[in-house]
Ligand binder design. Sequence first.
Ligand SMILES: Nc1ncnc2c1ncn2[C@@H]1O[C@H](COP(=O)(O)OP(=O)(O)OP(=O)(O)O)[C@@H](O)[C@H]1O
Ligand SMILES: [Mg+2]
Length: 463
Amino acid sequence: MLERIYMFSLKYLKDNNILEDIFDTINDGVNVVNNQGRVIYCNKRSAEYADVKPEDMIGKKVTDFYPDAILLQVLEDGKPTLDKKIHYVGNKKYIVSAYPFVVNGEIEGAYSVFRDIREIDILNRKIQALQLHLSLSDTEEEISSLIGVEDSLTKVLQDAKRTIGSIGGPRHSIIIGDSGTGKTMLAKLIYNYGREVGTLDSKAPFIEVNCAQFTNSDIAALEIFGSEEGSFTGSIQKKGLLERANGGILFLDEAHELGNYQSILLTAIETGRFRRIGGNKEISVDVIIIAASTKNLKNELLPELYQRLAQYELYLPPLNERSEKEKTDLFYYFLNKYEEAVKKYQDIDYQVSFTEEAKRLILSGNYPRNIRQFRDVINYSIDQASPLIADLKNKKEIKVKVRTNHLPFEISNEKSEDNMYELILNFRNSGMGPRKISKELEKYGYKFEYYKVAYYLKKLEDK
Ligand SMILES: Nc1ncnc2c1ncn2[C@@H]1O[C@H](COP(=O)(O)OP(=O)(O)OP(=O)(O)O)[C@@H](O)[C@H]1O
Ligand SMILES: [Mg+2]
């Protein structure tokens, strides 16, 4: 045993070139240079990075293979360099640590350990890009920073504050609005406001559930009200979302999908108690319910439940009912959000502008899915006008101009034709003839010959 330990010593490893074998199995590159900067040792990985064989590197200047080798600097100033990122030729990027060999106060050489971080780098960039895109749909945390506070949303936001912040105590409410008008956003704002004014505890839960996401109302009810073990085949004891929301808010989107189970909700609201599905035990809960729907809940909910919830009915108007100023504010709001996200996640001073025509088309577009779609169209158009991540090349400032060709098809084409006809009518009403109209249209980017204008106007008169 003793002999074995003796045999298997560091000296043994050195004498039998085992150390080199070990160095060749590690994933990092290793270079050792003499004080002239010539390679006296490199491992396999280093040679692989440089696309040569290890023996090709020995005796040569390290800079022949690694042009910006940090080793030279270490030789010069005798200080180690840790975790420095450097770019070599092409897109190779390494993270390097390098150390000097000092013998009797003299720098005799240096060695470096390094790793190609291109893939990590690419992954990092992808994550940043993902974070950036996710952040574009972040909602505001405070009511006061919303667009429309002093316009279409004044009343509804005042009421929203009252639901949770009135002296008489917080109340349940209903939010009605078409898809993408901001219902989920409003529910979260109510929650934030409640915590701000103290009607909700700072740790109060906010539980959101879309009742339409379940295949049927039985499954929805199990999720929301929970179940007791053995209440039906295979059932387990499970807390529902209503209990999880205790002390806070349960946001029930498309609440009418609860079907007959609405009655459990009604009991919970009226008595502060309910039973899990299949359970006998009464459970107490103190929860504020916010129910939302794209439908008119008056016709969809049990009348008693509707009455209980609709003490406050908060209506969010669709985008086309909002003023021009508000739409323009929303436009710049989403544009700024994009710029800020690029600043935050890519550290680039990003300046986005739209040509007059592109802006006009976006503002006059038709958005059945409302603010969400409006936001997506703006983000898409900026994406289209933006450079690819791979082309950023460490730029610190980028100016982007969004033009009509960057807009999604449904906005730039279909809609612009509608707008053209609208323009023709406007021009005719101000007394212009077909030739003049055709010329005017050109200024707006439309090529529509005068005889086509004349034909269109004639067709209108014939109707
Ligand atoms: N007044 C506003 N100011 C700023 N952003 C807004 C405003 N209204 C809505 N938004 C944004 O519009 C997007 C859509 O809002 P939200 O998801 O709340 O709509 P929704 O009515 O819940 O839609 P759905 O019916 O599909 O559930 C969100 O990114 C939200 O931040
Ligand atoms: Mg929603």
